[in-house]
Ligand binder design. Structure first.
Ligand SMILES: C[S@@+](CC[C@H](N)C(=O)[O-])C[C@H]1O[C@@H](n2cnc3c(N)ncnc32)[C@H](O)[C@@H]1O
Length: 195
């Protein structure tokens, strides 16, 4: 499905970074693991800020576009085609992990997030922006599947061991490519792995 979606030359989520990520990028330390990186807009931006980035996604078409974008912008990013349902990140390795609209079924999240926590160095940051469950009836972006949408309760449960730095639900205009197109309910989270 994602390979088909990414098949055209156009960047479906644009080539500019997610705005929440861009606003908080100065907090992030490398190396950065980007979950479900897609076509590279966020990895390329972080690389342009001097960070080493490892972008993982199951779409080889998306990651080929990510590498093309990196080349065009004159930066290097590491990409890996992998299914997050079975991906095993390196332990105690990353300064930050980001998850931008990386909507996954609960079964995958429950396996992945404990591994993500182990993959962070002590003091490392996890940064997420996702659509909330309130986004389900809206036509401005996000999966049409309640299980894949996020909520405060899901984040508080999944990231209970982290020191919360920021956790907020808000309505904001999301204009990031042709698939994220207007007023949306999002949740934004930054958590610090305890030392
Ligand atoms: C909404 S896009 C977001 C892409 C990117 N994070 C961005 O903000 O531009 C969701 C991405 O999740 C990826 N994805 C979905 N399920 C996945 C899985 N099980 N393993 C790895 N990637 C997955 C898709 O290939 C797609 O690139």
């Amino acid at each position: 499905m994602w390979n088909e979606r990414y098949a055209s030359e156009e960047y479906m989520y644009g080539t500019e970074p997610n705005t929440f990520l861009a606003e908080h990028a100065s907090m992030l330390k490398g190396p950065v693991l980007s979950l479900a990186e897609g076509e590279g807009r966020n990895a390329v931006f972080l690389a342009s800020q001097g960070l080493d980035v490892h972008g993982v996604d199951s779409s080889e078409v998306g990651l080929a576009k990510a590498q093309a974008l990196a080349q065009k912008k004159g930066v290097q990013i590491q990409t890996e085609v992998a299914d997050l349902a079975s991906f095993e990140p390196k332990e105690n390795h990353y300064g930050s992990v980001i998850s931008i609209f990386a909507h996954l079924p609960g079964t995958i999240r429950q396996r992945l997030y404990p591994l993500v926590e182990k993959s962070l160095k002590p003091g490392g940051l996890f940064l997420m922006e996702a659509y909330t469950e309130e986004q389900l009836p809206r036509k401005t972006g996000g999966p049409k599947n309640l299980d894949m949408l996020m909520s405060k309760a899901k984040i508080e449960h999944d990231f209970a061991n982290y020191e919360p730095v920021l956790l907020r639900v808000l309505e904001r205009e999301v204009h990031e490519g042709q698939l994220h197109t207007g007023l949306a309910s999002v949740i934004q989270f930054i958590g610090r792995k305890k030392a």
